[in-house]
Every structure is written in C-alpha cells, then in structure tokens.
Design a protein around this ligand. Structure first.
Ligand SMILES: *Cc1c(COP(=O)(O)O)cnc(C)c1O
Length: 478
C-alpha cells in the first residue's frame, strides 16, 4: 500500500510507504497522507472478519484490518504488536469496545476504558508500540513535543511511558485542566515523560510547539516529532472499532448500521469514513459538534469557515473546542474526486487568504450526504445537561459531556430499522464539574483511580519562553 498527499499535483507519482509516514505529521506540501486506494471488503470477507472478532478477539481483528494498509512490517510482527496493545488488562473487557443499549435502536460503543479514560487511548496505545518497534528497527530516537488541553497529552504520555527511544515533552496551560486530568498526567513518574505547565492559555502552549517546529535545524538536531490527530497511523487504528461496533449489533452483512461521532478535529469520524469506503455497511455517519460548530455548518450549508480565537468558545465538552478541523481535508479530497490541485486551492490558498471556502454550489457537496452518508448536528451546554440527566434517569447510565452531545444529535438522525451506534469518547469522571451540575452528584470513579489527585506530582511550572524550552529539551536528550 502506498500513500499520497491530499495536495499532490495532478500526475504526481510521489508516494510513500506506511513506515515512512508513521513518524511524520504533514506531508512536505502541507497536505495530509491518505492511502492511494481503499482496500475493499466483500460481504463474504466481512463475515470472515466477524468470526475473527468473535473467536480470536479484537487484537486479531485489528491485525486483519491494519495489514490491508501496512505492508512494510512483517505480518507476524504486526500481529504481535496488535496483541500486545489490545488486551483485556489494558482496556478492561474481552470485547475491548463493548456495546450497551440505550432506548430501542440506540447503542453506546465504549471506547473509553483504556488507561486515560478517553477514546484517544484506542489509537495512541498502538502508536506507542509502533513507534518503539520502528525506532528500534532504525536505531533512532524521537522526542515528542506537544501541547495539550487534556485528553491528547495524557493519552500520549500513557502510550509512550517507559518506551525505549521515545521521550515526551508535553506542555499544558498551568491550572486550566481539570484536577483529574492534571492528576493523570502529573502523577507519571517515568523518566522519559516531562510535564511542562505553561503560565498562559492553550494557545501559548501551541505557539511554543509551532516555534520549535519552525526551527528546522533544531528540529532535526533534537529529532522533534509530534503525535497530533493528523497522524495517519492514529486514524487507521480507529478504523478497527467501526468494524467491531458493526459486528456487535448485526448478525449478517446485509444489515446496515449508522454511527454518531462526537467530533472536533474530524479524526474519529474520518476513520468511520475510511471504514465506509472499504465497504463496511455504514448507512449514516453523523457528525455531532458542540457550540464550536465549524463542521455542522459545513454539512448544513457547504461553507467551511475557520473561526478566530474570539469565536472559539470554551465549552463543557472541551475536547471538541476547535477553531478548525485538522483532518477535514482528508474527506474533502475524497469528496472532490481526489483532486489534489483543487484541495490545495481550498485548504492552502483560500483558507490562508479568506479563512473560508464555499462548496454550496459545487455538485460534489450534494454528495456528502447521498454518496458518503454524512449528516450533522449540534449540541449546546443546556442540551448536554438535559441529555446527561435524561440518560441517567431512564437508563441509569452516566455519560460524559462529549458523549452526551453525540446522543443528543443521534436522536435527531435515526432511521427506522437501522441501529444507531453513538461512540462514547470519554468517561464522566474526566469532566466531573458538569456531571455535578447536571446530576447533583459526583460521577462514578472507575477502580484504580481512587485518590489519584493526592499522588505526588512531577511537573515543572514554566514561562512561555521558547529558548528556555529549547534548552530544557536539549539538556534532557541524552
Ligand atoms: C479528542 C476528543 C474528541 C474529538 O475527536 P476528533 O477526532 O478530534 O473529532 C471528542 N471527545 C473526546 C472526549 C475527545 O477526547
């Protein structure tokens, strides 16, 4: 399998293999990597994969799906990496991503029983093992330098802790993450994990990352990398749980299923798009946003309009607070018939100049729903509270704020006779303040997380000072 950039000019033959893009972010032309073609799964093959999931488990299903996209890791090594990653010990159940029912026709798919209690563990845990494997093979090292407002940073740290050849330097805005999130990250005592709490806001952290990444000489010398959501391996790992969710609520390949996905950077739902393109019988892919409704606006109107800082709201589903959706370019590339020149004109030129583009008159836009199954909806703070209350009262299920956005929007997009699966992207304990506001009681705390706020913390509080950070990384690199 070869990969191309979403901004490849017509006729370009520039292609890469999986392991070449594994440690990379953007393509050199500023685009995102996608496979040259989507492998096709026939109905008969789908039934075989159902049997693999049922009799051998999630790890082997992951191997079968991933091996369609990865041909530069020996099969038995890839299978071993999947089996090392997706264990009951790490993810809590034999199914790894069990479904549980709400009202008739509506299901929750649990993606948040990994080490940091958010769905990002599903991909990041695999990424940690893939990085360690590939770096050892090359005899190289990598220093991951990132910025987080919560879920991404902790998922990255729990995936990379103790891994050979990898160090993590993670900035976060000092005092702004929830006490639970701070406890999760700062209690890690592993020598290869460095927490830097920046006096400032999330944007100050991101500015530090940009400043360091723009210093190409420094970046090369200290082997700086990232693990952000545009990484293809992360997206690929997420494709697997669409298959596992499908198998759990169907009995044969003639049945269709819809998914509703609480969305921010469009990484999670883009994995659903890939699964659908492979032939998984997905009816609708419903994008659920919070008040930061960049994506809902596009799917309703055809206009994609990036928000400024002043228009980006701080909400009670903070992991979806985005000003632009970094993976969205992947879908638009497919929507435009994989025309790299047109994609570059939209995402490079138009967005840079005007901050928006308009596909409302483009014939492709009408196909977003008809041909690709995309629909969308939006949920606000009061919708979130109502949904959390209602779900708790009727089903005795406590859901987190992001998942509540998904449930609210899912109910507006049901099709009779087609099961709707809502992806559960985090557990309520991570966003306790809003749960207390909705239910008047503290969320359930999973076993093993009792008292983590009292554990010793390993964190440095720092100024937003680029040269200080560069020196810090340099002095911790050997
Ligand atoms: C990251 C995250 C999201 C958004 O996922 P995208 O892939 O960015 O669309 C939703 N919910 C939670 C809890 C998250 O951590």
């Amino acid at each position: 399998m070869n990969y191309l950039s979403t901004r490849s000019p017509a006729g370009s033959t520039e292609r890469k293999r999986f392991c070449e893009i594994l440690l990379e972010g953007l393509a050199p032309d500023g685009g995102l990597y996608l496979p040259e073609t989507y492998p096709q799964i026939s109905a008969a093959r789908l039934e075989e994969l159902r049997q693999v999931y049922k009799s051998q488990g999630y790890a082997d299903l992951a191997f079968e799906v991933l091996s369609l996209f990865i041909d530069d890791i020996p099969a038995e090594d890839l299978r071993a990496l999947c089996r090392k990653t997706y264990t009951q010990a790490v993810f809590g159940t034999a199914e790894i991503v069990p479904l549980r029912p709400l009202e008739s026709g509506l299901w929750l798919e649990a993606l948040s029983n990994g080490p940091t209690l958010a769905f990002k563990d599903m991909a990041m845990q695999l990424l940690g093992n893939l990085f360690e494997y590939e770096l050892a093979r090359r005899g190289e090292e990598l220093n991951i330098f990132g910025a987080t407002s919560g879920d991404t940073g902790s998922a990255a740290e729990y995936a990379m802790r103790g891994k050979k050849g990898v160090r993590v330097f993670m900035t976060s805005p000092h005092g702004r993450m929830s006490p639970f999130q701070q406890a999760q990250m700062f209690s890690l005592q592993d020598a290869n994990i460095h927490n830097l709490a920046v006096k400032g806001v999330f944007d100050d952290c991101q500015d530090l990352v940009k400043a360091v990444s723009n210093d190409l000489e420094y970046k090369r010398r200290y082997k700086i990398g990232t693990v952000n959501s545009i990484n293809w391996a992360r997206l690929l790992a997420q494709v697997v749980y669409y298959f596992a969710g499908y198998f759990q609520c169907t009995s044969n390949a003639t049945e269709r299923v819809s998914f509703t996905v609480p969305s921010g950077n469009f990484g999670n739902v883009c994995a659903g798009h890939v699964a659908r393109m492979m032939g998984l019988p997905i009816h609708k892919l419903v994008v659920a946003t919070n008040e930061n409704d960049v994506l809902d606006e596009f799917f309703r109107t055809g206009v994609y309009r990036v928000r400024g800082t002043a228009d980006t709201h701080e909400t009670s589903s903070p992991s979806m607070d985005i000003s632009k959706a970094s993976n969205f370019e992947r879908f638009v590339f497919d929507l435009l018939g994989r025309d790299g020149d047109q994609t570059r004109a939209l995402f490079g030129d138009a967005l840079n100049k005007t901050g928006h583009f308009d596909l409302s008159e483009h014939p492709a836009f009408a196909q977003a729903a008809a041909r690709y199954g995309f629909e969308s909806g939006k949920s606000t703070h009061s919708n979130r509270l109502t949904t959390i209350q209602d779900t708790y009262q009727r089903f005795n299920e406590m859901v987190d704020t992001h998942t509540a956005d998904g449930i609210k929007v899912a109910r507006e997009h049901l099709t009779p006779g087609v099961p709707m699966v809502v992806l559960e992207t985090a557990l309520p304990i991570k966003f306790a303040a809003t749960i207390v506001e909705a239910l008047g009681r503290e969320p359930v705390r999973p076993a093993g997380f009792e008292g983590i706020e009292a554990l010793p913390k390993r964190v440095q509080v720092i100024e937003a000072d680029v040269s200080w950070v560069k020196n810090y990384i340099a002095s911790h690199c050997d």
